[in-house]
Design a protein around this ligand. Structure first.
Ligand SMILES: Nc1ncnc2c1ncn2[C@@H]1O[C@H](COP(=O)(O)OP(=O)(O)OP(=O)(O)O)[C@@H](O)[C@H]1O
Length: 268
């Protein structure tokens, strides 16, 4: 049912200019005397979901935040849609691990917040926000405050907010880590639906090999700190199958096993 292609170590995966929305060039990052990333080169394909996977502390979040323009690199540059990144920009939206919602604002206001910052009028803000509130399954909760929501619902608000600003690139830092397994699976399915529907580029950080294989077009494996790209893997899962079929598929299971074998010695 599915075809799995495992690529050999490919330290400098490059794409033609029109296919790459994000180009990571020679990125290194040092925090004081901690070397987090060393000379990372990566091209991220337009309209695809690319996952950063690797042992704890290998610099996944650091790389995502550098792409977002939230922290500066020590060396190298990030190019998005042909422009060198010098800070956050409207073409990139970041979904934080801890949701980062405004506790004093309703679901509607939280989702519409990025549009408010852009100076978009209230009627249009509400229309756009409502569309994404509906898409993430939060219809009826528009007037609730974050403390009235479960962790999973808060995460949906964070995702709806990122979608509402209509960024080309969505940067998701372990967005499902704070929710239970059942909700996590539901989110993975929702994410795949949104990827198909929205035709945006996703860069996703996770600890979970299964999650990475389930959702990704491409998985970029990072070595332990200082993080470098050790391998890229294109799971090539047949997404037309049901979630249960995918999880039982031999190609899926073999890819999980192969990645686990690659990472096992870091965990031991
Ligand atoms: N603000 C900071 N100041 C100092 N060191 C930092 C800072 N942020 C991250 N680090 C260090 O840089 C390294 C990479 O951290 P980062 O959070 O990017 O890794 P990660 O792969 O996302 O980790 P995890 O999977 O555990 O979330 C770690 O050793 C971390 O302790």
């Amino acid at each position: 049912m599915s075809r799995t292609s495992l690529r050999e170590p490919m330290p400098h995966p490059t794409l033609a200019a029109e296919d790459a929305v994000v180009r990571v060039r020679g990125i290194s990052k040092t925090y004081g005397d901690v070397e987090a990333l060393r000379n990372v080169d990566l091209d991220v394909a337009r309209g695809k979901l690319t996952t950063l996977l690797g042992p704890s502390g290998c610099g996944k979040t650091t790389l995502l935040k550098i792409i977002a323009g939230l922290i500066p690199a020590t060396a190298g540059e990030i190019v998005v849609n042909g422009r060198v990144v010098s800070g956050p920009g409207p073409e990139r939206a970041f979904v934080f691990q801890d949701f980062a919602l405004m506790p004093w604002a309703t679901v509607m206001r939280n989702v519409a917040f990025g549009l408010e910052l852009k100076g978009i009028g209230e009627a249009e803000r509400r229309r756009t926000a409502q569309r994404y509130i509906d898409e993430v399954g939060l219809s009826g909760f528009e007037s609730k405050y974050p403390h009235e929501l479960s962790g999973g619902m808060k995460q949906r608000v964070g995702i709806a907010r990122a979608f509402a600003v209509n960024a080309d690139v969505l940067l998701l830092d372990e967005p499902f880590s704070a929710v239970d397994e059942q909700n996590r699976r539901k989110f993975q399915e929702d994410l795949l639906r949104l990827v198909a529907l929205e035709n945006k580029t996703f860069i996703f950080v996770t600890h979970s090999i299964e999650e990475a294989v389930y959702v990704s077009d491409r998985i970029v494996l990072l070595s332990p700190r200082p993080g470098r790209i050790s391998q890229t893997i294109d799971p090539a899962i047949d997404r037309s199958a049901s979630p249960d079929e995918i999880r039982r598929d031999k190609g899926y299971l073999d890819t999980v096993e192969e990645i686990w074998n690659g990472l096992r010695h870091y965990a031991e």
